[in-house]
Design a binder for this molecule. Structure first.
Ligand code: PLP
Length: 401
């Protein structure tokens, strides 16, 4: 038998895919292999730190497995889960609900929706900075990413004028991540109102990624975009990964709302993919009802701890000359700006090599040309954060000599 030595050629559609959040871990493991003590401020996974999935959710999933609910479920998900999602959506004021489907993480729902909506050559408005899954999926679909800016000088609010300017005949949707990853900003009601009016006027679908909607710091308030109008075509994405401390369950959902006649063909298209991929993890779907209908006590502790860690983060980072950090209002990320003439990747790599502190370069999320940032995850406990910010301060001092 003849053996070919030719490497297997990957598809070109993968060339443009970047996912800085995971890519940085490759580099970090190389540094860790040298024996360096690492401080990981790059992982948006609460269960890696002192946060535990609420017990009723674990018990419900376990009982479902024991009861042999281990076969496929209906493609849109179990009725009990869908009903709990609908109740939670109505509590947030979302009225014109057309459809709800449960997915393997919000990630799968986002991919299904983008695949069902946009043709190659169309474009989707995504926040910059924003979560890199959107750009990765768009690259795969040959759909253009049309980034709009969040305004750092205005607490990272979406710049609605910038969005309006960037809409063209091939624009199909606006993505809003609220609270935002990586800035932790929470969009104001006024911003959302302007954004939804623009979407209605220009016949655009809004992707409202609200996966962090319960993680609000201090006295921040969250408004669900879909609740602001019955006339807008909105997909609201949420799930168990963040507010319910179970990212490994891989359970998310999509709430389709808007005028029936306008939404029906798009929803039918999404349902084709929903059926083709069979269903989301069946036994884990049984955790949805106890999560959403439960007493929400875990959120009290979560918000309390994260508010203290946010305060520490903002205080320590702003005390370093050359770093400025807008205070996050939600989620568990901060996106400090660096101004000492270094490019963000260079800064992050040097920081990791000299101190073992792992953060993600801002360019992995998008940032205004000429500006440099990095993303910090403030899930670790305060002593760990103190050590990390101390190490960052020491490192920056050496740069300035
Ligand atoms: N959307 C945003 C803004 C996120 O930050 C994340 C994960 O970090 C996701 C979606 C993915 O969520 P899931 O774990 O439900 O797929």
């Amino acid at each position: 038998m003849a053996f070919s030595s030719e490497p297997i050629k990957p598809a070109t559609r993968t060339h443009a895919i970047e996912y800085a959040v995971r890519d940085i871990t490759l580099l970090a493991s190389k540094v860790a292999a040298t024996g360096k003590q690492m401080l990981y401020l790059n992982i948006g996974d609460p269960n890696k730190f002192d946060f535990v999935t609420p017990r009723p959710m674990v018990e419900a999933a376990y009982q479902a497995m024991l009861a042999n609910k281990n076969g496929y479920s209906a493609s849109s998900g179990i009725d009990e889960g869908v009903a709990a999602i609908e109740r939670a959506a109505r509590r947030k004021g979302i009225r014109n609900i057309r459809d709800i489907f449960i997915t393997n993480g919000a990630s799968e729902g986002i991919e299904i929706a983008l695949t069902s909506l946009a043709e190659p050559g169309d474009n989707i408005l995504t926040p910059s900075p924003g979560y890199p899954l959107y750009t990765a999926v768009l690259a795969k679909l040959s759909v253009e990413n049309n980034p709009y800016y969040l305004d750092e000088s205005n607490g990272w609010q979406p710049d609605v004028d910038d969005i309006a300017k960037k809409i063209n005949p091939r624009t199909r949707a606006i993505v809003i991540i609220n609270p935002n990853n990586p800035t932790g900003s929470v969009a104001s009601r006024a911003t959302l109102q302007r954004l939804i009016e623009l979407a209605i006027e220009r016949n655009l679908v809004v992707f409202a990624d609200e996966i962090y909607d319960q993680i609000l710091l201090g006295d921040a308030q969250h408004t669900s975009l879909a609740a602001l109008s019955d006339d807008a075509c909105v997909l609201t994405f949420n799930g168990l990964s963040k507010s319910y401390l179970a990212p490994g369950f891989r359970i998310g959902w999509c709430i389709v709302s808007g005028p029936a006649a306008r939404m029906a063909p798009f929803d039918d298209a999404m349902q084709k993919i929903v059926r083709a991929r069979l269903c989301a993890n069946h036994p884990l779907q049984w955790a949805i009802m106890p999560a959403l209908d439960g007493d929400q006590q875990h959120l009290v502790e979560l918000k309390h701890k994260l508010t203290r860690r946010r305060d520490l983060t903002v205080e320590r980072l702003n005390a370093i000359a050359g770093i400025s950090c807008v205070a996050p209002q939600g989620a568990f990320y901060a996106f400090p700006r660096i101004e000492f003439g270094l490019d963000d990747k260079q800064f992050v790599n040097d920081l990791m090599a000299t101190t073992g502190v792992v953060v993600v370069p801002g360019s992995g999320f998008g940032q205004k040309p000429g500006s440099q940032h990095f993303r910090v995850v403030f899930l670790p406990d305060e002593p760990t954060l103190e050590r990390a910010y101390g190490a960052i301060a020491d490192h920056v001092r050496t740069l300035k000599r």
